[in-house]
Design a protein around this ligand. Structure first.
Ligand SMILES: [Mg+2]
Length: 233
Protein backbone atom coordinates (compact mmCIF):
# COMPACT_ATOMS: atom_id res chain seq x y z
CA UNK A 1 0.00 0.00 0.00
CA UNK A 2 2.74 2.45 0.85
CA UNK A 3 4.25 1.75 -2.59
CA UNK A 4 0.90 2.68 -4.13
CA UNK A 5 0.80 5.83 -2.08
CA UNK A 6 4.36 6.76 -3.12
CA UNK A 7 3.48 6.25 -6.78
CA UNK A 8 0.42 8.43 -6.34
CA UNK A 9 2.40 11.15 -4.56
CA UNK A 10 5.19 11.10 -7.15
CA UNK A 11 2.70 11.47 -9.96
CA UNK A 12 0.59 14.07 -8.20
CA UNK A 13 3.08 16.56 -6.81
CA UNK A 14 4.16 18.16 -10.11
CA UNK A 15 0.52 18.37 -11.16
CA UNK A 16 -0.73 19.72 -7.87
CA UNK A 17 -1.07 23.35 -8.84
CA UNK A 18 -2.97 22.57 -12.04
CA UNK A 19 -5.13 20.01 -10.29
CA UNK A 20 -6.21 22.52 -7.64
CA UNK A 21 -8.51 23.91 -10.32
CA UNK A 22 -10.08 20.49 -10.82
CA UNK A 23 -10.94 19.41 -7.27
CA UNK A 24 -14.25 21.15 -6.80
CA UNK A 25 -17.07 18.60 -6.73
CA UNK A 26 -20.58 19.29 -7.95
CA UNK A 27 -21.92 18.25 -4.53
CA UNK A 28 -20.59 17.59 -1.05
CA UNK A 29 -22.74 15.03 0.74
CA UNK A 30 -22.51 13.80 4.31
CA UNK A 31 -22.79 10.13 3.25
CA UNK A 32 -23.46 7.80 0.34
CA UNK A 33 -26.76 7.21 2.18
CA UNK A 34 -27.86 10.65 0.97
CA UNK A 35 -27.94 9.36 -2.61
CA UNK A 36 -31.15 7.77 -3.81
CA UNK A 37 -32.41 6.59 -7.16
CA UNK A 38 -35.09 9.26 -7.39
CA UNK A 39 -32.75 12.20 -6.85
CA UNK A 40 -30.22 10.72 -9.27
CA UNK A 41 -32.91 10.35 -11.91
CA UNK A 42 -33.97 13.97 -11.31
CA UNK A 43 -30.35 14.98 -11.97
CA UNK A 44 -30.38 13.06 -15.26
CA UNK A 45 -27.86 10.51 -13.98
CA UNK A 46 -27.78 7.16 -15.79
CA UNK A 47 -24.27 6.00 -14.88
CA UNK A 48 -22.67 6.07 -11.43
CA UNK A 49 -18.89 5.68 -11.14
CA UNK A 50 -17.82 4.57 -7.68
CA UNK A 51 -14.64 4.86 -5.73
CA UNK A 52 -14.49 1.99 -3.22
CA UNK A 53 -12.06 2.42 -0.31
CA UNK A 54 -13.16 5.23 1.97
CA UNK A 55 -16.35 5.76 -0.06
CA UNK A 56 -18.23 2.46 0.21
CA UNK A 57 -16.16 0.70 2.86
CA UNK A 58 -13.14 0.90 5.15
CA UNK A 59 -9.69 0.57 3.62
CA UNK A 60 -9.41 -2.80 1.82
CA UNK A 61 -12.51 -4.14 3.54
CA UNK A 62 -14.27 -7.22 2.19
CA UNK A 63 -17.67 -5.71 1.54
CA UNK A 64 -19.80 -2.58 1.48
CA UNK A 65 -20.02 -0.99 4.91
CA UNK A 66 -23.05 -2.39 6.78
CA UNK A 67 -24.40 1.11 7.33
CA UNK A 68 -24.47 1.70 3.56
CA UNK A 69 -25.27 -1.77 2.24
CA UNK A 70 -29.07 -1.53 1.99
CA UNK A 71 -29.05 1.86 0.27
CA UNK A 72 -26.29 0.77 -2.09
CA UNK A 73 -28.22 -2.38 -3.04
CA UNK A 74 -31.26 -0.20 -3.77
CA UNK A 75 -29.15 1.90 -6.12
CA UNK A 76 -27.82 -1.22 -7.86
CA UNK A 77 -31.37 -2.48 -8.41
CA UNK A 78 -32.78 0.88 -9.52
CA UNK A 79 -34.01 0.74 -13.10
CA UNK A 80 -32.22 3.11 -15.45
CA UNK A 81 -29.02 3.31 -13.37
CA UNK A 82 -25.80 1.57 -14.40
CA UNK A 83 -22.69 1.35 -12.23
CA UNK A 84 -18.93 0.95 -12.52
CA UNK A 85 -16.02 0.88 -10.09
CA UNK A 86 -13.12 3.22 -10.81
CA UNK A 87 -10.50 2.28 -8.23
CA UNK A 88 -6.80 2.90 -7.73
CA UNK A 89 -6.29 -0.69 -6.70
CA UNK A 90 -3.51 -3.12 -7.49
CA UNK A 91 -3.63 -6.65 -8.84
CA UNK A 92 -4.77 -8.58 -5.73
CA UNK A 93 -7.40 -6.03 -4.80
CA UNK A 94 -8.67 -5.96 -8.40
CA UNK A 95 -9.58 -9.65 -8.14
CA UNK A 96 -11.17 -9.04 -4.72
CA UNK A 97 -13.27 -6.18 -6.05
CA UNK A 98 -14.50 -8.48 -8.82
CA UNK A 99 -15.76 -10.83 -6.10
CA UNK A 100 -17.22 -8.09 -3.88
CA UNK A 101 -19.06 -6.49 -6.82
CA UNK A 102 -19.85 -9.41 -9.15
CA UNK A 103 -22.43 -7.48 -11.17
CA UNK A 104 -20.47 -4.24 -11.64
CA UNK A 105 -17.55 -3.64 -14.01
CA UNK A 106 -14.28 -2.74 -12.27
CA UNK A 107 -12.00 -0.63 -14.47
CA UNK A 108 -8.19 -0.52 -14.33
CA UNK A 109 -5.81 1.11 -16.79
CA UNK A 110 -2.23 0.63 -18.00
CA UNK A 111 0.11 2.62 -20.21
CA UNK A 112 1.53 0.58 -23.09
CA UNK A 113 3.80 1.52 -25.98
CA UNK A 114 0.70 1.32 -28.17
CA UNK A 115 -1.38 3.65 -25.97
CA UNK A 116 -3.61 3.20 -22.97
CA UNK A 117 -5.15 -0.19 -22.22
CA UNK A 118 -8.17 -0.54 -19.97
CA UNK A 119 -8.93 -3.77 -18.21
CA UNK A 120 -12.50 -4.41 -17.17
CA UNK A 121 -13.51 -7.12 -14.74
CA UNK A 122 -17.12 -8.24 -14.38
CA UNK A 123 -17.22 -10.92 -11.73
CA UNK A 124 -14.84 -13.65 -12.94
CA UNK A 125 -14.67 -12.34 -16.55
CA UNK A 126 -12.10 -9.90 -17.87
CA UNK A 127 -11.97 -7.90 -21.06
CA UNK A 128 -9.69 -5.22 -22.46
CA UNK A 129 -10.39 -2.04 -24.35
CA UNK A 130 -8.41 0.93 -25.62
CA UNK A 131 -5.62 1.32 -28.20
CA UNK A 132 -3.11 -0.62 -26.11
CA UNK A 133 -5.49 -3.51 -25.37
CA UNK A 134 -3.85 -6.04 -27.71
CA UNK A 135 -0.37 -5.25 -26.37
CA UNK A 136 -1.41 -5.40 -22.72
CA UNK A 137 -3.53 -8.54 -22.92
CA UNK A 138 -1.03 -10.57 -24.97
CA UNK A 139 0.54 -12.00 -21.84
CA UNK A 140 -2.09 -14.65 -21.17
CA UNK A 141 -4.72 -12.04 -20.35
CA UNK A 142 -2.64 -10.57 -17.55
CA UNK A 143 -0.79 -7.28 -17.86
CA UNK A 144 2.99 -7.61 -18.22
CA UNK A 145 4.66 -6.51 -15.02
CA UNK A 146 6.46 -3.60 -16.65
CA UNK A 147 3.29 -1.80 -17.66
CA UNK A 148 2.70 1.38 -15.72
CA UNK A 149 -0.76 1.49 -14.12
CA UNK A 150 -2.95 4.47 -14.91
CA UNK A 151 -4.28 5.80 -11.64
CA UNK A 152 -6.68 8.51 -10.61
CA UNK A 153 -6.68 11.38 -11.27
CA UNK A 154 -7.21 10.18 -14.83
CA UNK A 155 -9.56 11.36 -17.52
CA UNK A 156 -8.88 8.14 -19.42
CA UNK A 157 -10.01 5.85 -16.59
CA UNK A 158 -13.29 7.73 -16.31
CA UNK A 159 -13.78 7.64 -20.07
CA UNK A 160 -13.15 3.89 -20.10
CA UNK A 161 -15.87 3.52 -17.47
CA UNK A 162 -18.21 5.70 -19.55
CA UNK A 163 -17.48 3.46 -22.56
CA UNK A 164 -18.25 0.38 -20.50
CA UNK A 165 -21.61 1.88 -19.43
CA UNK A 166 -22.50 3.06 -22.95
CA UNK A 167 -22.50 6.77 -22.13
CA UNK A 168 -19.27 7.58 -23.99
CA UNK A 169 -20.67 10.66 -25.70
CA UNK A 170 -22.76 11.81 -22.73
CA UNK A 171 -20.54 12.54 -19.75
CA UNK A 172 -23.36 14.70 -18.35
CA UNK A 173 -25.32 11.48 -17.75
CA UNK A 174 -22.63 10.22 -15.36
CA UNK A 175 -21.83 10.95 -11.73
CA UNK A 176 -18.61 10.04 -9.94
CA UNK A 177 -18.83 9.35 -6.19
CA UNK A 178 -15.64 9.46 -4.14
CA UNK A 179 -13.98 10.52 -0.91
CA UNK A 180 -10.85 12.18 -2.28
CA UNK A 181 -10.53 15.52 -4.04
CA UNK A 182 -7.29 14.95 -5.90
CA UNK A 183 -8.08 11.48 -7.20
CA UNK A 184 -11.85 10.99 -7.50
CA UNK A 185 -13.14 14.52 -7.95
CA UNK A 186 -10.26 15.62 -10.19
CA UNK A 187 -10.83 12.54 -12.40
CA UNK A 188 -14.46 13.48 -12.78
CA UNK A 189 -13.73 17.11 -13.60
CA UNK A 190 -11.01 16.18 -16.10
CA UNK A 191 -13.56 14.01 -17.92
CA UNK A 192 -16.43 16.53 -17.71
CA UNK A 193 -18.41 14.34 -15.31
CA UNK A 194 -20.34 15.64 -12.31
CA UNK A 195 -19.23 14.42 -8.91
CA UNK A 196 -20.17 13.86 -5.30
CA UNK A 197 -17.58 14.17 -2.53
CA UNK A 198 -18.30 12.21 0.64
CA UNK A 199 -16.25 12.17 3.86
CA UNK A 200 -13.79 9.27 4.10
CA UNK A 201 -15.36 6.26 5.84
CA UNK A 202 -13.42 4.76 8.74
CA UNK A 203 -10.44 7.05 8.33
CA UNK A 204 -8.51 5.16 11.00
CA UNK A 205 -8.44 2.04 8.77
CA UNK A 206 -6.15 3.77 6.25
CA UNK A 207 -2.34 3.68 6.42
CA UNK A 208 -0.84 6.81 7.97
CA UNK A 209 0.51 8.30 4.70
CA UNK A 210 -2.94 8.06 3.15
CA UNK A 211 -4.50 9.72 6.20
CA UNK A 212 -1.95 12.54 5.91
CA UNK A 213 -2.71 13.04 2.24
CA UNK A 214 -6.44 13.10 3.03
CA UNK A 215 -5.84 15.76 5.67
CA UNK A 216 -3.62 17.76 3.33
CA UNK A 217 -6.13 17.75 0.49
CA UNK A 218 -8.90 18.87 2.86
CA UNK A 219 -6.73 21.81 3.97
CA UNK A 220 -5.86 22.72 0.37
CA UNK A 221 -9.51 22.54 -0.63
CA UNK A 222 -10.57 24.86 2.19
CA UNK A 223 -7.78 27.32 1.45
CA UNK A 224 -8.89 27.59 -2.16
CA UNK A 225 -12.66 27.20 -1.96
CA UNK A 226 -13.60 27.70 1.67
CA UNK A 227 -15.40 25.32 3.97
CA UNK A 228 -17.76 23.07 2.03
CA UNK A 229 -21.38 22.88 3.09
CA UNK A 230 -23.11 19.50 2.82
CA UNK A 231 -25.47 19.44 -0.13
CA UNK A 232 -23.45 21.98 -2.11
CA UNK A 233 -20.13 22.41 -3.90
MG1 LIG B 1 -11.26 6.40 -1.71
Amino acid sequence: MSATWMQTARRLLPRLAGLLREIRPTFHLGSVKDLNAGSLRDLGVEAVLWDVDGTLMAHHAGGVDPALAAGFEDLLRAPGLRHAIVSNCQEARFAELGEIFPAIPVVLGYETGAGAAFRVRRGPRESWRGPGAAAASSDGGRPPGELRPIRKPSRGLVQAALDELNVTERPAAALMVGDQYFTDIASANLAGVRSVKVPTLHRASFPAPVRWSQRLETVLYRLKYGRPRPGSA
